[in-house]
Ligand binder design. Structure first.
Ligand code: PLP
Length: 246
C-alpha cells in the first residue's frame, strides 16, 4: 500500500501512524510505502513512530536542489532487494558466471552519485532544522486560517476550497476552484500580477475525478510567505473574477 502523508492538493495531514497500524491489522504482510514529499518540509516526519516499510521524499520540496531525494527503507527489506541499476562502487566481485555486490547502501547506489546535490540537500535540511519544523508549522497554520477566512469573505459561494477547512488538519497548501473559471485562466491572470500559483490536476487525476473537478488552482505557503502575500492573492483573484466575468 502506498499513500501520502500530506496531500499536495488537499493539504490534508494524514494520521500516518494510525493508517499503518490499521493496514497491518488487516494484513501484517503488506509493504507500506509513505510519500513524505510534502510532509518533510511542512509538518516533519517521524520514521520511528510511523513504522513504515519505505518512506520517500524529494530535496526540491525542502528548499534543496532538484534531482535528489531520499528513499528510506527498513534494513530487512533493503537487504533482500537485488540491484535494479548497475554502476561503479557497488560491486564486490565480478565473474563471467555471476557477480556479488557490496553491503548496503552501496549495492543499491550504483554509479557516481549526485555528490553536489546531496551536500546541498544536507544544508537545506540543516536550515529547516534550525528554523524548527514546529515554528514552520505554526506559521503555515496561521496563514492558512487567514487565507481561508479571506477567500470566503471575498468570494463567498463562488469559490470552493478543496479539503478540510480546519487549519489544524492541513498544511500550507490551498487548492480551490471557481465554478465557471478554468484554473489555467486564473493562473495566467494571476501571473500578470506576479502571483505564482499552480493550475491543473497537480499529478492527481483520480482525486480530481473523485471530486468531479477537471482541475484546480493551488496556492502554496512556506516560510517566506506573509499575510501581505495572501492579501495580494485576494486582490489578484478579484482582478481575475472581474476580468473573466465580463
Ligand atoms: C506528495 C508528492 N509526491 C511526489 C511528488 C513528486 O516529486 P518529484 O518531482 O521529486 O518526483 C510531489 C510533487 O511533485 C508531491 O507533492
Amino acid at each position: 500500500v502506498a499513500f501520502t502523508a500530506v496531500s499536495n492538493v488537499l493539504g490534508t495531514i494524514n494520521p500516518v501512524t494510525q493508517i499503518i497500524k490499521a493496514i497491518r491489522e488487516i494484513n501484517p504482510g503488506v509493504i507500506v510505502v509513505v510519500d513524505a514529499a510534502q510532509a518533510a518540509p511542512h509538518t516533519g516526519i517521524d520514521v520511528q513512530l510511523w513504522d513504515a516499510d519505505f518512506i520517500v521524499l524529494s530535496a526540491h520540496k525542502m528548499l534543496g536542489p532538484t534531482g535528489v531525494g531520499v528513499l528510506w527503507g527498513k534494513n530487512t527489506h533493503l537487504e533482500q532487494m537485488r540491484p535494479v541499476q548497475y554502476g561503479g562502487e557497488m560491486v564486490l566481485q565480478v565473474k563471467i558466471e555471476d557477480s556479488t555486490f557490496k553491503e548496503l547502501p552501496h549495492k543499491l547506489e550504483a554509479g557516481t552519485p549526485n555528490i553536489a546535490g546531496v551536500i546541498a540537500f544536507k544544508e537545506a535540511i540543516k536550515y529547516i532544522e534550525n528554523l524548527d519544523i514546529k515554528s514552520i508549522r505554526e506559521h503555515e497554520k496561521e496563514l492558512t486560517q487567514y487565507a481561508i477566512a479571506k477567500l470566503h469573505q471575498n468570494f463567498g459561494e463562488k469559490i470552493t476550497i478543496i479539503g478540510t477547512k480546519n487549519p489544524d488538519l492541513r498544511a500550507g497548501i490551498l487548492s480551490f476552484s471557481f465554478d465557471s473559471l478554468h484554473s489555467h485562466d486564473i493562473a495566467q491572470l494571476l501571473d500578470e500580477k506576479n502571483i505564482a500559483v499552480r493550475a491543473g490536476h497537480h499529478c492527481t487525476m483520480p482525486l480530481h475525478n473523485h471530486l468531479n473537478l477537471t482541475s484546480s488552482t493551488r496556492a502554496s505557503f512556506y516560510i517566506y510567505t506573509t499575510k501581505e502575500d495572501v492579501d495580494c492573492l485576494i486582490d489578484g483573484l478579484r482582478h481575475v473574477t472581474n476580468t473573466l466575468s465580463k
